[in-house]
Design a protein around this ligand. Structure first.
Ligand code: AMP
Length: 215
């Protein structure tokens, strides 16, 4: 089972991907997480993409396709992959199709998480993540626990992303509508698109995704 979670920044792709990992033994492949890890470890590639990411623009297809290629070639996939934040351009979508075909695999579903644009700004500027386990918090809907410890792993290192600010978000949204949203039509035409309402609670959205995967 290989699925893509598609949607604008703040739609809940990462949160729902983590949920699927826990429930289904799937492997989450988040190009955003991979790029942030490259920055933290100070690789040449990490240094190269830092400014592009902070501004909210997309890094080159070559770099992200390379990251995904490496993962797919070195990982046995457990019970399937969840592509989170990849593909984001038509060239990346074509490349993913070819990479999976090379492995004798296919895409089972492309799930678009649909969210009102107004809600995205609120969600993103309120977002914090546990620096240890990646659990996602939100100042309004799921605040960091009063004891300052992550409810999942107990760590007390919370981080806010450098690109989770109003300026970068405008650029990220523009990149989504210009470069990524054409994928909705692309996968619809291939008969692979499923749409879920991303405005509900985390559990409600998870339920819709489950139904979409099992349909
Ligand atoms: P994300 O964590 O998915 O919101 O990604 C954070 C940032 O990483 C994006 O704003 C882009 O700068 C970069 N990025 C992540 N995935 C991709 C991708 N598939 N293609 C191009 N840039 C990406």
């Amino acid at each position: 089972m290989n699925i893509i979670l598609l949607g604008p920044p703040g739609a809940g792709k990462g949160t729902q991907a983590r949920n699927l990992v826990e429930e289904r033994n799937m492997v989450q492949l988040s190009t955003g997480d991979m790029l942030r890890a490259a920055r933290t470890s100070g690789t040449e590639m990490g240094k190269k993409v830092a400014a592009v990411m902070d501004a909210g623009n997309l890094v080159t297809d070559e770099i992200v396709i390379g990251l995904i290629r490496e993962k797919l070639q070195n990982d046995d996939g457990a019970d399937g992959y969840i592509f989170d934040g990849f593909p984001r351009t038509l060239a990346q979508a074509d490349a993913l199709g070819e990479l999976l075909a090379d492995l004798g695999q296919d895409l089972d579903a492309v799930i678009e998480i649909r969210v009102d644009d107004d809600a995205l700004v609120e969600r993103i500027t309120a977002r914090a993540t546990c620096g240890n386990c990646g659990e996602v918090y939100n100042d309004q809907t799921k605040p960091i626990p009063a004891d300052g410890k992550c409810e999942k792993c107990g760590a007390s290192d919370f981080q806010r992303r450098a690109d989770d600010n109003a300026d970068s978000l405008r650029t990220r949204l523009m990149a989504y509508y210009k470069q990524t949203s054409p994928l909705i039509g692309y996968y619809y035409a291939k008969g692979e698109l499923q749409i879920v309402d991303g405005m509900g609670s985390m559990d409600e959205v998870a339920g819709e995704i489950k139904a979409a995967i099992e349909s």
